[in-house]
Write a protein that binds this ligand. Structure first.
Ligand code: ACM
Length: 679
């Protein structure tokens, strides 16, 4: 009996301890800045009295979010949940910040704006278990960056308004606040402009449906209603619905209207706006023609009416500028405006569009090419070709939004490419996205100009909605956390745990998120050094078969350093060859050696024109002059998938010199290899 009492007391003590235990881990994503929780619980139930003290227009949505998204206990506990707008919150400067105090009887979320209350509520929802239990404690939280964005390309493939709303819901869950829609591009114009109906009656439709078949085919547009026409557009009513839906979830829609380039569809519908006036020939507007400005200002006037966003994206990237050099009107413009070249002509164009936007109370965002030829006075730069553009803009006192392709372009493989659907960009796993720091290396003054971060999803190779979600999540969660959380709190292993929980929830809510739990990760061969006879030996590259300096993998020793490549040719472990001589190297083993195998692996990734060799020849010599061929391996490229292939010889021989040659096939392009392994 005495023993039983001791056991009971011990059990009670444990229960008692649990009641007040501090919780050190949480599953909130993005991780809050300051959080103290205990295992004591508030129970959200049928009996919880809800009070919302916020502007009328926000009350309804806040209440709806509570009713729809917070799991509830079926019991009736008399307790309270209060959302309250206050003048200020200690320790918080952002209007998006909030403070939550949770005890057993009451929860109070305070914010200085409805956005703060909305984000406090998102945190609360993530803390609530399926039975309505919420750990007690306090949270004080605010974002690191003002701009926390996601970009979706709806031109290359079109995605309807309900799908956009579904993604807005996911963004809101993770406190993201800007949705940039890439509405126009060669592949299709996607927004109704009343003044120019051909943009949607014609330039929004094409055959065939998949971008790659269209782009590598004839690139024709067709009339709306044509049999099998692929495409679509948002009516102005759809846009109003999307904008209002996003606004109620504190998300601003940033429309992008591409100019002066990426405009083949416009210039086929309205060929008089290009330098040559020929449909299907030009991608760039004629900058010498006043009609181009008239058209674009009319389009932007309708855009400004539809989108309340202060910031409007005007593209600005990748202008070929080819026709400008020979166009009489462009030449005349350059002369009249004393412009030194076509870069300055582009700068003239952007400055003029900015002036128009500013006169209507709007600011422009442009891709980092808008720096070339002189940046428009008030423009914000979206830095995609690395970070340099953003850093240069910040140094000039301009705002910059960081979207460097190597971290933020989510149309790249997120796991071992051999296990994934075809992707545009090389391996970009969640961990790499998460490792990005938008203000790294910047002085304090420049860091202040970094407006935020964005994840971009281009959809050339992403024709289906399910696939869009697969590429977005969970990598967009890493963007969300970089955008919101304290950089000093960043810890990938902890983040990954939270992301797995978030992915499970997304999947159970009908999002086709990548199954992070089963991620394979980096290529095993790249994680442990290879051991073989040629390690550290001298490698001679034949003239005309030198490696490319950008993809040098460490230089002359790269192919015998024991370092194997990972899933991407840009990981500085693969050596790249673009010259017609292909790969032609001779390895000096220092003395005659017994050899039983010689091999090298190559990568194929067709989109950036990385191909497997069409032929490999392996030879040996004792004197570096007379070589005996021991293997000739021919390969016919028959597929366009990512692949790795080992070209090897096995047998018995004695030699001091090994020559390894690999030749490109008819497609030309790059050869990438990581190591020549001799055993
Ligand atoms: C871009 O990726 N061309 C902005």
């Amino acid at each position: 009996m005495k023993k039983l009492i001791i056991h009971l007391l011990a059990a009670l003590t444990i229960i008692g301890c649990n009641e007040n235990e501090n919780i050190t881990e949480n599953e909130i994503l993005p991780v809050p800045r300051s959080i103290n929780l205990t295992s004591r619980k508030f129970i959200f139930s049928q009996g919880t009295a809800i009070t919302i003290n916020a502007p009328e227009k926000d009350k309804e949505i806040l209440n709806e979010v509570i009713q729809v998204s917070m799991p509830k206990s079926n019991s009736r506990y008399e307790n309270s949940l209060t959302l309250q707008i206050v003048e200020n919150i200690e320790g918080i400067t952002s209007p998006e910040g909030y403070n939550a105090t949770i005890d057993k009887e009451s929860i109070t979320i305070k914010g200085t704006s409805s956005a703060g209350l909305f984000y406090g509520l998102q945190t609360l929802i993530q803390m609530t278990d399926k039975d309505g239990n919420i750990p007690t404690g306090t949270i004080t939280d605010e974002p690191e960056f003002t701009y926390r964005g996601m970009m979706l390309d709806v031109s290359r493939h079109f995605f309807g308004k309900e799908f956009i709303k579904k993604q807005i819901d996911a963004m809101a869950r993770f406190k993201m606040n800007r949705l940039h829609l890439h509405l126009t591009d060669a592949a299709g114009w996607r927004i109704e402009i009343k003044r120019y109906p051909r943009l949607t009656q014609f330039a929004a439709w094409r055959k065939p449906a998949e971008w790659k078949d269209w782009w590598f085919g004839k690139r024709m547009y067709v009339e709306e209603g044509t049999e099998d026409a692929y495409g679509g557009y948002y009516t102005q009513e759809d846009i109003c619905e999307i904008v209002a839906y996003a606004e109620s979830r504190h998300i601003t829609i940033i429309p992008e209207i591409e100019m002066p380039a990426h405009s083949e569809e416009v210039l086929t519908a309205y060929p008089e706006l290009s330098c040559t006036h020929e449909p299907y020939k030009q991608a760039d507007f004629c900058v010498g023609n006043e009609k181009s400005f008239e058209f674009l200002e009319n389009v932007l006037t309708e855009i400004f009416e539809l989108f309340p966003s202060e910031y409007i994206h005007i593209g600005g990237d990748e202008a070929g500028k080819m026709s400008w050099g020979s166009c009489p009107l462009c030449q005349k413009r350059m002369k009249e405006e004393s412009l030194a070249g076509t870069e300055e002509l582009q700068s003239y164009f952007i400055k003029r569009i900015e002036k128009f936007a500013n006169s209507r109370g709007r600011q422009i965002i442009g891709w980092d090419e808008i720096l070339e030829g002189g940046l428009a006075p008030n423009a914000t730069v979206m830095s995609w070709r690395g970070t340099e553009g953003g850093i240069a803009a910040a140094a000039k006192g301009h705002k910059a939004i960081m979207v460097p392709g190597g971290y933020c372009y989510l149309d790249s493989y997120q796991d071992a490419p051999l296990t994934q659907p075809m992707a545009f960009g090389p391996y970009l796993p969640l961990e790499k996205v998460y490792s990005y720091n938008p203000t790294a290396g910047l002085e304090e003054e420049q860091a202040k100009m970094i407006y935020g971060i964005q994840g971009n999803l281009w959809t050339e190779y992403i024709p289906e909605e399910e696939f869009v979600e697969y590429m977005l999540y969970p990598r967009m969660l890493a963007i969300a956390e970089i955008g919101w959380s304290n950089p000093t709190e960043r810890n990938y292993n902890k983040f990954k745990k939270r992301a797995i929980t978030a992915v499970d929830k997304l999947r159970s809510d009908g999002y086709n998120a990548f199954d992070l739990k089963n991620e394979q990760g980096e290529r095993g061969e790249s994680l442990t050094p290879a051991k073989h006879l040629a390690i550290g030996k001298k490698v001679t590259y034949a003239t005309g078969a030198e490696y490319n300096s950008k993809y040098n993998a460490g230089g002359d020793t790269a192919l015998v350093d024991g370092v194997r490549g990972g899933w991407t040719y840009i990981d500085r472990k693969w050596q790249g060859f673009i010259k017609r001589g292909g790969v032609d190297v001779t390895i000096d083993l220092g003395e005659k050696q017994k050899i039983k195998s010689i091999e090298a692996e190559f990568m194929q990734m067709p989109i950036p024109e990385v191909w497997l060799p069409a032929e490999v020849v392996i030879s040996i010599s004792d004197n570096n002059a007379d070589f005996t061929e021991i293997a000739r391996i021919v390969h016919k490229v028959t597929d366009e998938n990512f692949s790795l292939k080992t070209y090897s010889w096995q047998g018995r021989c004695n030699a001091r010199y090994v020559r390894y040659r690999a030749k490109q096939g008819a497609k030309g392009g790059w050869l990438f290899t990581d190591e020549i392994i001799i055993k």
